[in-house]
Design a binder for this molecule. Structure first.
Ligand SMILES: *Cc1c(COP(=O)(O)O)cnc(C)c1O
Length: 394
């Protein structure tokens, strides 16, 4: 054995945490870090939220797992609540984002299959996209660095430049089934799809009989100040994958669909052992209890503005370190003038955790429960880091 017992697939920071308290992570020796990585947009309500802890422990004392051979009341309830709060009529629960995407891709193909158009199986995606690490989702994401060495790319994904509607229109063929897009690219560098482009996409899909699939695995569940980012554009999809924030740290994902889009998903055509199990559903319901509370999302939007204004001031002060600020809600990105890895490390040295992304961006994805004071503290640390780097560059 060489080195650790674990696959070497992660370039981990040399840090381990023992406990979490809201927006803070604490190491064994008591060092405290402000967590603006949020487990990559997963810890939507921070660490150790009392409502999530009691939902999980109460369920753990009753029943963990039965499989989908039987009815799961918590699953029915979370499904009904997601349906009530979104465009969707139907929900399939998974354990991860990639599985939610797999379900969306399969649902789109089955839709055309049962409608007598089995030749329609191709899905158009966008450069810079990230949809997960399964064989189909790396094909959907189309990033060479994730595809290399894994044999033939899964057939049926066509990629066009981000936001290029002309290229999109040209890529539509009689075999096209759907268009798949993140309303805000996360891993791609916090790149937003303008509302006008979202409307254009919907119109193109309608005109060509295609399904519109949104990947809101990162942008969903309150992250942008609305329950889902699509709400900002007024455009509704036919299918949507969610995960990350809905579990608040417990692995939960879901594929949401209209009745029409889900028409092909009949008994036996898809399945999961763990997806939607009682523990996951107890936590998912508790997350929704908090996020759907009156005024919660307005507070996210208000705090996001405070954060964005503070970041813009830092950007003005140290343009040799931070070129620009992007994103909506608490899904923000610093476009770096130096290498984003360097900026991310400098932030970590200030005990502020962030996440590098594509396009030389550092992502800030704090828990939605972050306070004004914690935002001000984060801004102070980001400014310190920028100042240090700015001097170092001089
Ligand atoms: C994280 C992510 C995924 C993959 O989710 P996993 O739970 O890691 O499988 C898919 N799409 C987007 C937009 C993501 O951010």
């Amino acid at each position: 054995m060489s080195g650790s017992a674990l696959y070497e697939t992660f370039a981990r920071a040399p840090l381990a945490f023992e406990k979490g308290e809201g927006v803070w992570l604490v190491t064994k020796d008591g060092s405290r870090y402000l967590d603006f990585a949020g487990g990559i947009a997963v810890n939507s309500l921070g660490h150790g939220h009392p409502k999530l802890v009691s939902a999980l422990t109460e369920q753990a004392a009753k029943l963990w797992h039965t499989s989908n051979l039987y009815e799961i009341p918590g699953q029915t309830r979370l499904g009904e609540r997601l349906v009530a709060a979104t465009f969707a009529d139907k929900v399939f629960f998974t354990n991860s984002g990639a599985e939610a995407l797999e379900c969306a891709i399969k649902t789109a193909r089955r839709y055309h299959y049962v409608n007598g158009r089995p030749e329609r199986f191709r899905i158009i995606t966008f450069e810079g996209a990230f949809h997960g690490r399964t064989l189909a989702t790396i094909a959907a994401g189309g990033q060479q660095k994730y595809l290399e060495g894994y044999g033939p790319k899964v057939e049926g994904f066509d990629q066009v430049p981000f936001g290029d509607m002309e290229a999109l229109e040209k890529a539509i063929t009689p075999e096209t089934a759907a268009v798949l897009i993140e309303p805000v690219q996360g891993e791609g560098g916090i790149r937003e799809v303008p509302a006008q482009t979202m409307r254009h996409l919907r119109e193109l899909c309608d005109r060509n009989g295609l399904l519109l699939i949104l990947d809101e695995v990162q942008s969903g569940v309150g992250r942008t100040g609305r329950l889902f980012a699509y709400e900002w554009s007024g455009v509704t999809p036919d299918l949507m994958a969610i995960a990350k924030g809905i579990g608040g740290g417990f692995p939960v994902g879901a594929c949401l669909a209209t009745d029409e889009a889900a028409a092909g998903m009949t008994a036996g055509v898809h399945g999961t052992t763990f997806g939607g199990n009682p523990l996951a559903m107890a936590v998912g319901n508790a997350v929704l209890d908090v996020i759907l509370e009156d005024g919660f999302l307005d507070e996210v939007a208000r705090k996001a503005l405070l954060m964005k204004q503070g970041l813009a001031a830092i950007c003005d002060e140290f343009p040799d370190v931070i070129e620009g600020v992007r994103g909506t809600g608490l899904m923000l990105g610093l476009k770096c003038a130096l290498s984003n890895a360097k900026v991310n490390t400098a932030l970590r040295e200030e005990h502020l955790l962030a996440v590098p992304a594509g396009d030389n961006v550092v992502r800030l994805l704090p828990p939605l429960t972050v306070s004004d004071d914690e935002i001000r503290e984060a801004l102070r640390r980001i400014r310190n880091a920028a100042q240090g780097l700015s001097k170092a560059a001089a």
